[in-house]
Design a protein around this ligand. Structure first.
Ligand code: HEM
Length: 262
């Protein structure tokens, strides 16, 4: 670092540390704000890493992609651990400031949806939470239109000679529909791991991400139940019941179903 560069200046700490603005005098509100903000920062880094992994996979350069994907798994593990800090906030603590949140909720997190879209869980219904023309909306539309990480992986199956339909890796903004041909291709990869070592590694790195995402979701719903029980969510869903249903979401469905056939 040159002499003119300072620690606080380089990291923009004045801006960063001025961005926590609790609306009440309640002690736990700062924790609530910081937990959301740190989670958003980690999502930003995860999106950055997935973008790099996708570029490498598209170029057929799988080994460096594994490194980026492994980093995402570590980030997800830290995000999951964060729920333990939140769990130290009791229902009584939260109720002291919950009403000020109005209808705002993590449900409206644009980065969370970009992450889902980039992995492969495309659902255009979430666009409606973000005004047309806004930066968030544009980021979401881009992630919806571009091939997802899973589509990039399936394209590699096609390039390796597997008979997978083009619609499986060029679905555009459509929600991914599980395909028997893709499952058959993964089956061959898992049956002959030596021959298909690179694709086998790719499959396992992908399932690491899906596994970690589900672990995050699970711990979120558990912590939410601990704090608000069966109350409705501020974002307008029924709350815990809605979150429990998200546990069925899979970014890479055939990588789960293929296991039964092995
Ligand atoms: C007291 C703490 C929290 C409670 C009670 C809570 C509760 C909820 C509820 C009930 C929902 C369902 C949507 C709704 O109706 O609002 C939800 C969704 C969500 N929350 Fe939280 N949450 C908390 C903390 C957090 C934190 C710290 C994050 C981190 C960013 C977060 C991220 C999300 C995300 C991304 C969703 C959407 C999940 C999906 O649709 O798959 N939540 N939350």
């Amino acid at each position: 670092m040159s002499d003119s560069v300072t620690y606080g200046g380089y990291l923009r700490l004045n801006e960063l540390l001025a961005a926590q603005q609790p609306q009440t005098e309640q002690h736990d509100e700062l924790l609530f704000v910081i937990l959301h903000q740190t989670m958003e920062l980690w999502m930003k880094q995860a999106i950055h890493e997935i973008g790099a992994a996708q570029a490498e996979i598209r170029a057929g350069d799988l080994s460096p992609a594994y490194k980026h994907m492994a980093r995402v798994s570590r980030i997800q593990a830290v995000m999951t651990q964060t729920w333990d800090i939140l769990a130290t906030m009791t229902p009584a603590d939260y109720l002291r400031f919950r009403s000020l949140l109005g209808s705002s909720s993590g449900f409206q997190s644009a980065q969370f949806r970009v992450l889902e879209y980039k992995l492969g869980m495309k659902d255009a219904a979430f666009l409606r939470h973000h005004p047309e023309g806004s930066a968030d909306r544009k980021a979401l539309e881009t992630a919806l239109a571009e091939p997802s990480l899973y589509e990039d992986a399936i394209e590699q199956l096609a390039k390796a000679g597997f008979d997978v339909p083009e619609s499986a890796y060029r679905g555009g903004a459509q929600a991914y529909a599980p395909s028997a041909a893709v499952e058959d291709a993964w089956l061959e990869v898992y049956r002959d791991t030596e021959k298909y070592w690179q694709l086998y590694q790719l499959a396992e790195k992908l399932i690491d991400l899906d596994d970690a995402m589900l672990t995050w979701r699970h711990k979120h719903v558990l912590t939410v139940e601990r704090i608000i029980g069966g109350k409705r969510g501020t974002g307008g869903t029924e709350g815990v019941g809605y979150l429990q249903r998200t546990l069925a979401r899979r970014a890479f469905p055939e990588l789960w179903t293929v296991r039964t056939r092995l």
